[in-house]
Design a protein around this ligand. Structure first.
Ligand SMILES: [Zn+2]
Length: 312
């Protein structure tokens, strides 16, 4: 265990909007880590050390920007303590505990996850062939690659796959899958892998202390015509203290510190110079009903927080 894990937890205030820099912010939910409902819900995370004790009765506050509507936590762990969170509080035991908490991994779960990954690969292939037809092999970076499952599968489908993950335990698990994992964007840049054609951020942007800087830096690494895919929890409808575990998880005061809706996600990514494109339907199914339902999204475009962007 890192010795910082037992010191006094430090926080940092983000007093201007992460998207538009406005300082006109309206509180949505103000609470303390010692509140009964917060302690109960944090308990479901199964952190590896006595996190509740360390957090004490510190206050946190979810706010909404009056100018652009983006929601985010104003008071978040300092960068050093976010590092402690992802390397010590969430260690291998915690990850196993978390998986155990949501039940054993079933064939259905793994199959569905794999099916969704293949659908992404089909879309990447169609979009990149049209935009960058002369490239022989596409380079993909999965930022916040977690266990490296996606990068590994895309590697099997002919992409040259890389991952970045700051979580030491998760990066170690990815290494076991034969995916090249870097601990930081700086380390990735130094490796000089050549042009980068696809960047994916699955369930990641909501965790970042400075999401604008990270997204800008990532877009900077991407070749013109390249693709960015962003997926975050949809926080639509959260207007105050979360009443369910699911809503609490979406605006989790330690981990989910940036909170998007379909509209604010698009605006945020376009603020980094990207252009949103339609997520074209992809079919990996034996069911006509699935096929028809997916095709219907060409007409009735669902408002989702799983979005595709191009760099011009
Ligand atoms: Zn704003």
């Amino acid at each position: 265990m890192n010795e910082r894990s037992t010191g006094t937890v430090e926080f940092r205030d983000r007093d201007t909007c992460l998207n538009c820099s406005s300082s006109s912010l309206t509180p949505v939910w103000t609470a303390r880590f010692s509140d009964d409902d917060v302690q109960r819900n944090l308990g479901h995370g199964g952190y590896s050390v006595g996190v509740a004790e360390l957090l004490g009765d510190n206050e946190f506050q979810l706010v909404r920007c009056d100018t652009c509507d983006l929601m985010f936590h104003r008071r978040v762990l300092s960068p050093e303590w976010l590092d402690v969170l992802y390397s010590d509080w969430i260690d291998r035991n915690q990850i196993e505990h978390f998986h155990a908490g949501v039940g054993p991994r079933t064939h259905m779960h793994d199959f569905e996850q794999g099916r969704q990954c293949v659908k992404h690969a089909l879309r990447f292939d169609t979009i990149l062939r049209a935009r960058l037809p002369s490239v022989e092999r596409y380079n993909l970076l999965d930022f916040g690659c977690g266990d490296g499952e996606f990068a590994a599968l895309l590697g099997q489908l002919g992409f040259r796959s890389y991952g970045i993950d700051v979580g030491a335990a998760r990066a170690e698990r990815s290494g076991e899958r034969g995916v090249t994992i870097f601990r930081s964007l700086g380390e990735f840049r130094q490796a000089d892998i050549g042009e980068l054609h696809v960047i994916t951020l699955f369930q990641n942007l909501e965790h970042l202390d400075d999401p604008r800087r990270v997204l800008d830096d990532l877009v900077d690494c991407l070749t013109p015509g390249g693709l960015v895919v962003v997926e975050v929890p949809d926080c639509s409808g959260i207007t105050g203290r979360p009443g369910t575990l699911l809503d609490f998880h979406k605006v989790h005061p330690l981990e989910h510190i940036n909170n998007f809706t379909p509209g604010t996600l698009t605006a945020f990514c376009e603020g980094s110079g990207l252009t949103r494109i339609t997520r074209i339907p992809a079919h990996v199914t034996t069911s006509i009903r699935d096929l028809v339902r997916t095709e219907a999204t060409r007409v009735v475009k669902p408002q989702v927080t799983n979005q595709y962007f191009l760099k011009s």
